[in-house]
Design a protein around this ligand. Sequence first.
Ligand SMILES: *Cc1c(COP(=O)(O)O)cnc(C)c1O
Length: 390
Amino acid sequence: MLDFENLHPDTLAVRAGTLRTEFGEHSDAMHLTSSFVVGSAEEASLKFTGQMPGYIYSRFTNPTVSAFEQRLAAMEGAERCVATASGMSAILSLCMGLLKAGDHIVSSNSLFGATIQLFNAYLGKFGVTVTYVSPTDVDAWAQAVTPATKLFFLETPSNPLTEVADVAAIAAVAHSHNALLVVDNCFCSPALQQPLKLGADIVVHSATKYIDGQGRVLGGAVVGSHAVLEPIYLFLRTAGPTLSPFNAWVLLKGLETLGIRMKAHCEKAMELATWLEAQPQVAKVYYPGLKSHPQYDLAQRQQSGGGGVVSFDLVGGKAAAWALIDKVELMSRTANLGDTRTTITHPATTSHGRLTPEARAAAGIGDGLVRISVGLEHVGDLIADLQQGL
Ligand SMILES: *Cc1c(COP(=O)(O)O)cnc(C)c1O
């Protein structure tokens, strides 16, 4: 018998969770159905009460969705995964499943904009409070803990400045206060970083990014132990922000090529970052694979590659950043990331445009900052595109 636990993530990416029906499909079957038929009244009763395993209704789960859950769990080295309709519904479901009024979160101050909005505008309405700290200052996490702290939440590397948080050190702080550490692993994906193995308790994903990797569907996932995930699953099956079987099937295909895509994204991003560092119009480059990155050593230990996102400050400030973005001909002017197509964006006036100038400055988002999510085009063509724009 094959021991799946000892297989490499690249192998799990194409083999784990493979689902075959009586027809013996070599690829994964797609099960587009909202509900499932049972053979008897007794079987229905046993399945609804959880005394018999089996599929009931696709809000609860679906065979294609389960296949995606099993494959992603295997790649993250986790017992269990629950798939969701988007990355944001993964974060919402984990909060709804694990928190109650009066609870407190210690969170990185460098988060995806909608996550901050969810924490402040919606969790706040239900009496959950959040303290924001720097992802790179481990002592600040310890100091922010209160008796009500239930969760620590971070992204690493962060967006758009690619700050790298020390997952093992922050997990140790969380555990010494009986809190759980949640890591949003969207930027690295399990191909480059497995936060559960570093001590995190829960991983969340926007599968919309590198897991699909081809800009086709929205999806998300929460990954962790059976015990931690059970209340999150119960929220999901009750409230319904479930992954559709069609999107699960697309994401199963995405996982199969994740390892080789991430390797290519990293190589191209490294070449582009190295080139950018040598340009006189560029004041500073933010990329965890560069020796000049403040957490270079930590990134080397924690990630098996620098990832696909490179940010840089232009000497000429906002005018220079907008001019470059307007002049590129190959790169797509869009805020999405993790696609085969390279994207370019100006964080100060888009993803971080709603912040006050002071809050933006505190977050280190300068007016000359440009973020590139390096796709799979030839890097020579990407460099030429930036060169004519600079
Ligand atoms: C995009 C993104 C999300 C949200 O994911 P959706 O699939 O768009 O809902 C969460 N975290 C990070 C880091 C992201 O980049």
